[in-house]
Design a protein around this ligand. Structure first.
Ligand code: SAH
Length: 386
């Protein structure tokens, strides 16, 4: 196979480019396009030889695209119009305009790209934007598969459930049976996929840790401590005992300036009970989003760096204590944020990935939160091209 010419749209910090490299598929990115100046600085720093177009996609003409003569499109359109917390503006949201523009251009290209891979958030699968995408692909004669995958399914202790679509221009067909259903692969026991890249992952096991159905009863929803119910505790314990997922400790930096990343007292007091806390031996963490490092609620797990203290002993009865006592209790855990490097590790970025010096920690968290899991996308590219 000759080297594929790849167009990387919404390139950000280059998560797709890394996945392409890791996939082993002979390819070159002929153009990467993004308007975010911070992300673009980071992209250039890591891929100095890739042509990076710092402009809006809507500003690129059909002619410009034709001149690139690409065989593959890798893209992660803005996800805010589709997130559950967002307003779900969908195709009415101005941020979807560039994506609709791409769909409009696709049938008019001088040569259809042979492969397309798209990433987006959970929520995209029920959007009108997705309907437009599917219709365009069908009209152009593509065969495609939609899949929901989280990094736990490739053994990485981080949840980041995302929508993916992989498409091949006919007469290309996949090495697996495609289905018009959006396949769910949010389970860590997808061993088949891990061993053989040409297989489509399927949730085949009758028992799937973390997703087992249990009857809801009073005991299930009883709050144990730290606002957590019996059910939450069991879900976490199931995840932590799933040996097919690695431990967090394999993703930590050998030396960190721990003091720099410790949670300040104000944050501990205000958000302590809401935080998702993990230990190095855990096999789980929650999705890191772009607000990580300054807001706490729902933006990603924090790390307990003192192992001698049990969570339960700190949180039980905490609400009956004075502020000062509370703080003393919480400080015992030595809670810290994951560093940007550690988050990059959990997102599958190779060691060669680096930030230019002028990029602040806050900016680093921000761009990582917008990016994707490189290992998951690597597998999908292999699946697409195999
Ligand atoms: N996959 C990327 C992140 C994608 S996030 C990574 O690995 O980092 C979506 C990106 O789309 C953002 O970086 C944003 O700047 C860019 N973007 C949004 N609208 C755009 C438009 N109209 N034209 C070009 N880039 C756009």
């Amino acid at each position: 196979m000759g080297s594929l010419r790849v167009l990387e749209l919404y390139s950000g910090i280059g998560g797709m480019h890394y996945a392409l490299k890791e996939s082993g598929v002979p390819a070159q990115v002929v153009a990467a396009v993004d308007i975010n100046t911070t992300a673009n600085q980071i992209y250039r720093h890591n891929f100095p030889d890739t042509p990076l177009w710092p402009k809006t996609i809507e500003g690129i003409t059909l002619d410009d695209f034709n001149k690139l003569s690409f065989d593959m499109i890798l893209m992660s359109p803005p996800c805010q119009p589709f997130t559950r917390i967002g307003l779900q503006g969908d195709i009415a949201d101005p941020r979807t305009k560039s994506f609709l523009y791409i769909l409009d251009l696709l049938p008019r290209l001088a040569r259809l790209p042979h492969y397309i891979l798209l990433e987006n958030v959970k929520g995209f699968e029920t959007s009108s934007a997705r309907e437009c995408l599917v219709k365009t692909l069908k009209d152009c004669g593509y065969t495609f598969q939609e899949i929901m995958v989280s990094p736990t399914s490739v053994g990485i202790p981080n949840s980041r459930l995302r929508y993916f679509l992989i498409a091949k221009a006919s007469p290309g067909s996949f090495s697996f049976q495609t289905s018009s259903e959006v396949r769910q692969v949010d389970c860590s026991s997808v061993i088949i996929w891990r061993n053989n890249a040409s297989d489509l992952p399927t949730v085949s096991e009758p028992f799937c840790p973390g997703t087992r159905q249990q009857e809801e009863n009073a005991e299930e929803s009883r709050v144990l401590y730290k606002l957590e119910t019996t059910k939450d505790a069991r879900r976490k314990s199931d995840q932590n005992s799933d040996l097919s997922v690695q431990q967090i400790q394999g993703f930590l930096e050998p030396r960190t300036e721990a003091a720099r990343y410790l949670l300040p007292p104000k944050v501990l007091l205000r958000y302590g009970v809401l935080m998702d806390i993990v230990r190095p031996t855990c096999r789980r963490s929650v999705c890191f989003t772009k607000g990580y490092g300054h807001y706490v609620e729902g933006t990603g797990s924090v790390l307990q760096s003192c192992m001698e203290t049990e969570l339960e002993s700190v949180f039980k009865g905490l609400d009956q204590q004075s502020e000062e006592e509370k703080l003393q209790q919480l400080l015992k855990l030595k809670l810290r944020y994951f560093t940007p490097r550690e988050i990059a590790n959990l997102m599958g970025f190779p060691q060669s990935f680096a930030f230019p010096e002028q990029i602040s920690t806050k900016q680093q968290y921000r761009v990582l939160g917008n990016s994707l899991n490189v290992v998951v996308v690597t597998r999908l590219i292999q699946l697409l091209v195999s």
